[in-house]
Unconditional design. Structure first.
Length: 340
């Protein structure tokens, strides 16, 4: 018991002073504002969505992350506007993060089907830690097997950090291809709860893109007539680098209206050989003409952590596009197979 308590203290200290990384979403394309502020208003209409991720549920201590967003496009101003709220809860370290942001993008029309959008996001961040539940190694009397003082006595610092942050992004998209770059944490907010320390969150850089191949359309019999069934295959990638760590998501999605099947590989392991650095991701979803889209994905780890030790990761995405009856307003959004 003492051994595991000491190990827990060590990991807690690392989490307070290390170069913290952002949460990673397997369905990154279904979390557009979080991925790239340049995607605000990319549908040309109004859109709302939520994302939830449960990472390593087999462990006693898990990582939970969520995102909620809403954005819309103003055609007269060639601009997109959006809001986003996201949070992360780590039960092991008893820490949490909540970020509330507002985003803006401007669209430059190159042709009837080609666009460039540049976007920025300003955020307010609150980081919280529950020091009253933490016992430091210096409080342990190994000989007597007792705890000196009360939990939290060894900390000198604030249990809550409030800061501002900013993100920016640029993306090009057409009917079949998209390519974007994004930079996050431009203000490098403080992340250490310990007094006298000066640890800032490293900036994160991302490069993402893909290409869609249209397949021969099929027919759907609705008892009265036959309608075309869209069929396509999309290849996509998302490369991220933050501090000393980098990662690549690479995969494909098959869209057989209204079903979506996706397979992804997360690789590019670092020299630190971190757990869950490599995974296979399987996705199942539906994309309805009403504008509603649902997706579920599962991460199967192939790293040393393994499936039995971690339980993989579960992720759910839900979004709704308030579609317009005017077909001229149905822009192609830069997402692999989900059309919005």
């Amino acid at each position: 018991m003492k051994f595991f308590l000491c190990i827990g203290v060590i990991f807690f200290a690392i989490s307070l002073t290390g170069n913290t990384q952002d949460i990673q979403y397997s369905q990154y394309y279904a979390n557009p504002i979080y991925l790239n502020p340049g995607m605000v208003g990319s549908t040309g209409m109004s859109r709302a969505g939520v994302n939830f991720r449960n990472q390593w549920p087999a462990l006693d201590q898990t990582f939970l992350a969520y995102t909620g967003y809403y954005d819309f496009y103003n055609e007269k101003m060639n601009s997109g506007f959006g809001v986003i709220i996201q949070g992360v809860n780590e039960s092991f370290t008893q820490t949490s993060l909540v970020e509330l942001g507002v985003a803006y993008s401007y669209r430059l029309k190159i042709s009837e089907s080609d666009f460039i959008q540049a976007g920025v996001q300003g955020s307010f961040i609150s980081r919280d830690a529950f020091f009253d539940r933490v016992i430091l190694g210096t409080q342990l009397d190994i000989n007597k097997g007792t705890i000196l003082g009360n939990p939290g006595d060894g900390f000198e610092g604030d249990s809550q950090i409030k800061s501002a942050d900013a993100h920016a992004g640029l993306i090009y998209f057409g009917k079949k291809v998209w390519l974007g770059v994004a930079a996050s944490h431009l203000l490098r907010p403080e992340i250490s709860f310990l007094a006298g320390s000066n640890y800032k969150l490293p900036m994160k850089y991302a490069l993402h893109g893909g290409y869609r191949f249209n397949l021969t359309s099929g027919d759907i019999n609705d008892y009265f007539n036959n309608v075309d069934q869209e069929r396509s295959v999309a290849l996509g990638f998302n490369f991220k680098k933050q501090g000393q760590y980098s990662q690549l998501d690479l995969g494909a999605e098959f869209f057989f209206e209204p079903l979506v099947l996706g397979f992804w590989y997360r690789g590019l392991p670092s020299k630190y050989d971190l757990p869950n650095n490599e995974s296979f991701v399987a996705l199942f979803g539906v994309s309805l003409d009403s504008g509603l889209e649902l997706g579920y994905s599962f991460d199967f780890p192939i790293s040393k952590l393994g499936y039995q030790g971690s339980g993989g990761s579960h992720e759910i995405s839900v979004r709704y596009v308030f579609s317009s009856k005017d077909p001229r307003k149905r822009y192609f959004a830069p997402l692999p197979t989900f059309r919005y």
